[in-house]
Design a protein around this ligand. Structure first.
Ligand SMILES: CN1c2c(nc(N)[nH]c2=O)NC[C@@H]1CNc1ccc(C(=O)N[C@@H](CCC(=O)N[C@@H](CCC(=O)N[C@@H](CCC(=O)O)C(=O)O)C(=O)O)C(=O)O)cc1
Ligand SMILES: N[C@@H](CCS)C(=O)O
Ligand SMILES: [Zn+2]
Length: 767
């Protein structure tokens, strides 16, 4: 029986890739140095996997920015606006690649980046391929072949990984009307065939084609595309072994037609739909190898060997050891690299650490399971089972007061005192805001200085009072600056937060956090998801002091800034010993208390960010209702403890709301700010069609790109916005927080944004 890995984290265990990319973008290192750093990470990953005894080691799982963007470059899906980059002196394929990811504002060019969106239900973001009618494809980037050769040169025979052609098309977007992107399959397939030919010539035997769209609801023409693609591949390459890999859910609903797909191996995610195994065994022909994803690639808890071995044994009995592989459920890019780097008892108690496994430890688990399949009479097994039992009964996990509070929550705790129409009038009187009120989403640039102060504080090199005074000075200056620019609703800037989820994780009981547990979120940006191990409660106020300080610096309104329960849940590693809904409820109660305390402290506007509500949506529609019921209720519980006059904002980004607009309306936030600029306000279609009643701030400034939009662009976007929405409901704001931007970009962009709002007021004779 073989062990099979689908993908390994590519950021480097100390985030070497982040640092190298950012240095390259800043012109501090050469392209050669960047490529060298990439090579070192790949080499280290391949060697580690070999050392740990992984039989099928992936290549092309590395990426300098994003694996979907890599595919777009491979098949030459490069929108025309980027073509000029290569004509500029000294610009290479890699510069073109980064231009597509980040936009390009240089050498007299001003090019908007590709759109970015969530990778299925994860906190990873990919760059959306753009498709046009009858679009031709051709082989452009040979990265997959180069990386196979690179590994071969290091003495490692790898299994190249590509996103399968059907999922690649489904992940993209039609950029003009009158066609369906799946119809491009006949143009795309020849490029895949050409690549497979080159890989075969280079000596590859197994190829992994990731088709995560298999876990979604597929239309007939999409199923037909699967059938055409894989039979053509088999016809062209009778000796190449194709592993089709599904993940993030069950494929039970596809088995009727999947059973006749001419492939050599199929990967299934048994951590999400363990019950599918018996159906898979019954439907998938016995000569097809099954790669069983028994080790959770989305969470950090140790594997329960007893449970995994039961599944593996069921499969082995049916089709023999040689036709069963042991795998993580999906690529390991969604978990941090190495638990051994966690040595701080204060943030992660050793008792809890013993229940956890990161990417490296998960590979060790695969190797252990391979050993244990022959016999459980082994120290590895008994030690594992002891830890599983210890976690179940640990006092660290259970808090009866918290459970009691959740059970006894009074009826009506999830409803504001009056409907929005009443609240709007009261809030207008209370807040006295102009038409097209301007605001920002919360964070201001997290400069090197701010991060360095925090690092020094954490290392004990800076005292608490000194650290807090530095942050207060920063807040004071930010407030003054916002007043000067003329923004209407100010924010304190979130300087005290390392991250909008990790910060709350550090303040709440029931959470542990890591020193080095980085996971890629997009490009060079990483997060350290906190670990929810036990019942959640709020020992003390978390943001009141900072917000009150900011409010004391100005007569203008300062908006309190919180992260919502669903987002805290979604962006943490969660408990797997109770339903997500129970954990969400506990967090909601904690946030509700914070909202009430902010109101008591005189804060009149409070924003509860919920960018991950859409991301948490189950991948299959039939499961949506169950999720939305508890997720929306959690938000409502967190936000409904305040008076009518207190204005509740929420914020969402990277999401398409078309299909959940009525639930978004049920959240009943007084104002919702959303990301809209890259998609040119397309998202507002849904709000308009639904006649969304509350206020909306459609983002007019794409904060993911260093590019500064012009005032005219923002006016254009606002004009578009009021063609969808009643103008009295429209707010003016960027797409998201500004923590990743430089001050120079922020200053210019926000001045232009305030001017754009003023232009709208003048044009429409409102104030
Ligand atoms: C809004 N988004 C968020 C998502 N998920 C989150 N958990 N948080 C989010 O804000 N998902 C959707 C979107 C987009 N995603 C991201 C994700 C990450 C960032 C981001 O800016 N990340 C920062 C890291 C933030 C952080 O924790 N910083 C630490 C500093 C740690 C550090 O690097 N220290 C250095 C020393 C300081 C220095 O010299 O820079 C060191 O130790 O060497 C902190 O502030 O304390 C990133 O840089 O990747 C944005 C959007
Ligand atoms: N308040 C947060 C929201 C990010 S989604 C910020 O401004 O960074
Ligand atoms: Zn956001």
């Amino acid at each position: 029986m073989l062990t099979n890995n689908l993908g390994y984290p590519r950021i480097g265990s100390l985030r070497q890739l982040k640092k190298a990319c950012e240095n390259y973008w800043a012109g501090k290192i050469s392209q050669q140095q960047l490529l060298r750093e990439g090579h070192l990470i790949k080499k280290a990953n391949w060697e580690l996997q070999k050392e740990l005894g992984i039989d099928k080691i992936p290549s092309n799982d590395f990426s300098f920015y994003d694996q979907v963007l890599d595919m777009s470059l491979m098949v030459n899906a490069i929108p025309e606006r980027f073509h000029e980059v290569l004509l500029k002196e000294g610009k290479s394929e890699l510069d073109l690649y980064f231009a597509m990811a980040r936009g390009y504002q240089n050498d007299g060019l001003d090019i908007v980046a590709l759109e970015m969106t969530k990778w299925f239900d994860t906190n990873y973001h990919y760059l959306v391929p753009e498709f046009r009618k009858d679009q031709p494809f051709k082989l452009f980037s040979t990265k997959v072949i180069d990386e196979f050769q690179e590994a071969k040169y290091e003495g490692i025979h790898t299994k190249p990984v590509l996103i399968g052609p059907v999922s690649y098309l489904l992940l993209g977007k039609e950029k003009e009307r009158g066609f369906n992107r799946i119809d491009l399959i006949s143009n795309l397939l020849p490029v895949y065939l050409e690549i497979l030919k080159k890989l075969e010539e280079a000596g590859a035997d197994w190829i992994q084609l990731d088709e995560p769209s298999l876990v979604m609801d597929l239309k007939n023409d999409e199923i037909e595309a699967f059938q055409v693609v894989y039979s053509q591949i088999r016809k062209a390459f009778p000796y190449l072994k194709i592993l089709v890999s599904s993940y993030f859910g069950s494929i039970k609903h596809q088995l009727d037609w999947l059973s006749s797909l001419p492939i050599c191996a199929l990967h299934v995610d048994l951590t999400r739909g363990e019950e599918q195994l018996s159906d898979v065994l019954a439907h998938i022909p016995a000569d097809i190898t099954l790669s069983l994803g028994v080790v959770d690639g989305r969470n950090i808890w140790i594997n329960d060997y007893s449970k995994s071995l039961n599944l593996l044994e069921e499969a082995i009995q049916q089709r023999g050891e040689e036709r069963v592989w042991i795998s993580p459920s999906c690529s390991l890019i969604h978990v941090p690299c190495d638990l051994e780097l966690e040595t701080n008892e204060e943030s992660l108690k050793s008792e809890i650490k013993a229940w956890m496994a990161f990417a490296k430890q998960k590979l060790e688990e695969l190797a252990a399971l391979k050993k244990l399949v022959t016999s459980r009479e082994n120290e590895l097994f008994s030690r594992n089972q002891k830890l599983i039992q210890a976690r179940k009964s640990s006092d660290l996990v259970h808090n009866s007061n918290v459970k009691e509070e959740a059970w006894s929550l009074s009826r009506g705790s999830d409803t504001r005192k009056n409907p929005f129409s009443v609240r709007k009038i009261l809030q207008q009187a209370h807040l006295d805001l102009p038409a097209f009120p301007t605001t920002t989403i919360g964070s201001f640039p997290q400069t090197k200085e701010v991060r360095a102060w925090r690092l020094q504080f954490k290392k004990g090199l800076l005292g608490k009072v000194e650290y807090e005074n530095l942050l207060k000075q920063e807040i004071k200056e930010t407030i003054q600056w916002q007043e000067e620019v003329g923004l209407d609703v100010l924010v304190h800037g979130e300087y005290e937060r390392n991250d909008m989820v990790e910060y709350f994780g550090e303040k709440l009981d029931g959470f542990a956090f890591t020193q080095n547990g980085w996971v890629q979120s997009y490009g060079s940006r990483c997060v350290k998801p906190p670990v929810i191990y036990g019942d959640v409660s709020r020992p003390e106020a978390m943001t009141v002091e900072w917000t009150s300080f900011a409010q004391a610096c100005t007569d203008k309104l300062v908006k309190g800034m919180l992260t919502g329960p669903v987002t805290i849940l979604q962006w943490s590693f969660v408990r797997d010993d109770q339903p997500r809904s129970s954990t969400a409820l506990q967090i909601a109660i904690a946030i509700r208390k914070e909202v009430i305390d902010l109101e008591k402290a005189g804060i009149k506007i409070i924003q509860i960010d919920e960018p991950a509500i859409r991301e948490g949506l189950p991948l299959r529609k039939e499961e949506w209702k169950g999720y939305l019921d508890w997720a929306i209720r959690a938000f409502r519980i967190s936000s409904s403890g305040v008076k009518n006059q207190t204005q509740i904002h929420t914020h969402m980004c990277y999401s398409d709301f078309n299909d959940i607009i009525s639930e978004i309306a049920e959240m009943d936030a007084d104002v919702i700010t959303i990301e809209c600029s890259r998609s040119q306000m397309e998202l507002l279609d849904a709000f308009a069609a639904f006649q969304y009643p509350n206020d909306i701030g459609p983002g007019v400034y794409d904060i993911h790109s260093p590019r500064v939009p012009s005032e005219e662009e923002m006016v254009d976007l606002l004009e578009k916005a009021i063609s969808y929405l009643p103008q009295e409901n429209v707010w003016v704001n960027p797409d998201c927080g500004l923590k990743t931007r430089q001050w120079s970009e922020t200053t210019e962009a926000l001045k232009r944004m305030v001017n754009a709002a003023q232009q709208m007021r003048e044009k429409l004779l409102v104030n």
